[in-house]
Design a protein around this ligand. Structure first.
Ligand code: G1P
Length: 290
């Protein structure tokens, strides 16, 4: 079955990025000049997924405004003859069929995904976390959809993050030596270095079988007192195959200050009109001037 729907949880309070996330949804922080959530939506759209549910919360109005039309702005751009900008603004509002639902309480990622049940129905669906922005030749979620169509079961997007970093992620215990696609024996949310069975981390991309909803309903709060998607996926792995797929692409943790800066610089260096000026600036930086 083809993956036609995506869910983007965006209800988090952004406590890793204060103070800017106090009044601004962290999903609206720009990488160069585009909000992070737009990169994530474009990834889904480039993979042929047009029906997208964003799970929002209070103070997230700016996300809806961004993907809506802005008639006043369009009129001004039209009057000024800024046709390229006008076209770009119109394209943003036509990117995808975007739906919204509010997660009323911050009960965790698993609970956020459960809010998508009515929208998803009984078909496989993609989940893309906004803190993970992935630059790849073939959109990461598209690579995973291809694995899904071959395997027909849940697929998790993973990469090795090193043993020193595994405590920040959902960690995979693979059935055998990791290859590009490997069956998952077990998953642990944020294990200590000693607990982790590998340094393969789930990096915010999932294609999930709808059975997850029934499992989530019965999943007790786990790490951090929250209902964890990882715990529900672990139960699923006991009942049916779950695959870990090492995707091709550069992943940025834009929910982290350093990861965000790395993304900003590298995305800017990929832009023709900015690359040479930025390179000159970076080459001329001298730490004793800071
Ligand atoms: C979430 C998931 C975790 C995953 C991570 C990827 O954690 O719970 O399993 O590895 O995203 O970024 P969070 O970063 O929201 O704490």
């Amino acid at each position: 079955m083809r993956v036609k729907k995506a869910v983007i949880p965006a209800a988090g309070l952004g406590t890793r990025f204060l103070p800017v996330s106090k009044a601004l949804p962290k999903e609206m922080l720009p990488i160069v000049d585009k909000p992070t959530i737009q990169y994530v939506i474009e990834e889904a759209v480039d993979a042929g997924i047009k029906d997208i549910l964003i799970i929002t919360g209070r103070n997230k109005q700016a996300i809806e405004d961004h993907f809506d039309r802005s008639i006043e702005l369009e009129l001004v751009l039209q009057k000024k003859g800024k046709n390229n900008d006008l076209k770009e603004m119109q394209q943003i509002s036509e990117l995808a069929n975007i739906f919204y639902i509010r997660q009323k309480e911050p009960l965790g990622l698993g609970h956020a995904v459960l809010c998508a049940r009515q929208f998803v129905g009984n078909e496989p669906f993609a989940v893309l976390l906004g803190d993970d922005v992935i630059h790849a030749r073939v959109p990461c979620i598209g690579q995973m959809a291809a694995v899904y169509s071959e395997k027909g079961n849940t697929v998790l997007g993973v990469q090795q993050v090193g043993w020193d970093n595994i405590h920040k992620y959902g960690a995979v215990e693979p059935e055998e030596k990791p290859e590009s696609v490997v069956r998952v024996r077990q998953l642990t949310e944020k294990p200590s270095r000693e607990e982790a069975k590998s340094d393969l981390a789930v990096l915010g991309r999932y294609i999930i079988d709808p059975e997850i909803f029934a499992i989530l309903e019965d999943t007790a709060p786990g790490s951090g007192g929250e209902i964890q998607l990882t715990d529900a996926l672990n139960t699923m792995a006991e009942r049916q195959p779950v695959w870990a797929y090492t995707f091709e692409g550069r992943r940025y943790d834009v929910g982290d200050r350093l990861g965000f800066l790395e993304a900003t610089i590298e995305f800017a260096l990929r832009r023709e009109e900015l690359a040479s000026g930025l390179k000159t600036f970076l080459a001329g930086l001298q730490s004793n001037q800071l």
